[in-house]
Design a protein around this ligand. Structure first.
Ligand code: ARG
Length: 261
């Protein structure tokens, strides 16, 4: 009988601990974000025109979209500028509420986060020297390619499961696209693979030396990431995105950053 009591007590305590443990990792609701008074956007501000530094401030297309989301929720926008390959962990650990970082909504990431509707069509572009013998994507075979660490460009070129058509000789990973371009100009790598708009910006700054090929490596879509199970937040974000698309505001913002040169 005594044993039985002990067992019941144990089971009761165990049962109480389950919701407590779940609580620790509880995904913030829209109400929780509103109570905290701020929406924390994690990004990697090495990606002009989507996010980059203007003095101490982080600015860009993703910042403007996130500001709209914060406005809709009636909270302040707080920006956390961290390494690209730590963004998803920041969501999972609750350090950030959203990731807006020109992040491609791909199947691997979908296992760990929820994505909003897509807000931008992008592709992986190829940057080479003006006098390079690389003229098309196929010419990347056997070449040394620089990428930004943890990006879809990294994944494609690394080709871990051998599923892609291109087999490069070596992938060099950088934390900033700019550093990859410096190595390209210094002759340490043969090409840089990075998203098309950031590629355009990088080429503009060094047009006398480098060029972006017309042919892209992959096609992808950007979306805003949030912790898995953020259905109510996802609804609000999708509403903002669809409003911005319909009103033409999103196009206006994009052309503002692309035209500003
Ligand atoms: N679109 C690519 C990806 O999702 C690159 C994004 C890089 N973004 C950044 N803010 N550095 O992997």
């Amino acid at each position: 009988m005594k044993k039985m009591k002990k067992l019941v007590a144990f089971l009761l305590v165990a049962a109480m601990m389950v919701p407590m443990a779940a609580c620790g990792n509880k995904v913030k609701s829209v109400g929780d974000i509103q109570k905290s008074g701020k929406l924390v956007m994690a990004t990697n501000a090495e990606f002009e025109p989507f996010e980059f530094k203007d003095g101490d401030a982080v600015v860009g297309i993703d910042v403007e979209i996130s500001q709209k989301i914060a406005d809709r929720l009636g909270v302040e926008l707080e920006i956390s500028d961290i390494a690209f390959d730590t963004l998803i962990t920041a969501l999972q650990s609750g350090k950030a509420d959203i990731v807006a970082a020109g992040m491609t909504a791909d199947e691997d990431r979908r296992k760990n986060v929820d994505f909003s509707d897509a807000y931008f069509n992008a592709s992986q572009a190829i940057i080479v020297m003006n006098d390079s013998d690389i003229a098309s994507r196929g010419d990347l075979n056997g070449k040394k390619v620089g990428v930004q660490l943890g990006t879809t460009g990294d994944k494609y070129c690394t080709n871990e499961d051998g599923a892609n058509d291109i087999e490069v000789a070596e992938v060099k990973r950088y934390s900033k696209g700019m550093e990859a371009v410096s190595d390209l100009i210094a002759g340490r790598i043969d090409a840089v693979v990075i998203d098309d708009f950031p590629a355009k910006k990088l080429v503009e700054k060094n047009a006398d030396k480098i060029q972006k090929l017309d042919e892209a490596l992959t096609e992808e879509e950007y979306a805003i990431a949030m912790p898995k199970g953020s259905a109510d937040l996802q609804k609000e974000i999708n509403a903002v995105i669809s409003e911005m698309k319909e009103s033409g505001e999103l196009d206006q913002i994009v052309s503002k950053y692309i035209a500003e040169e």
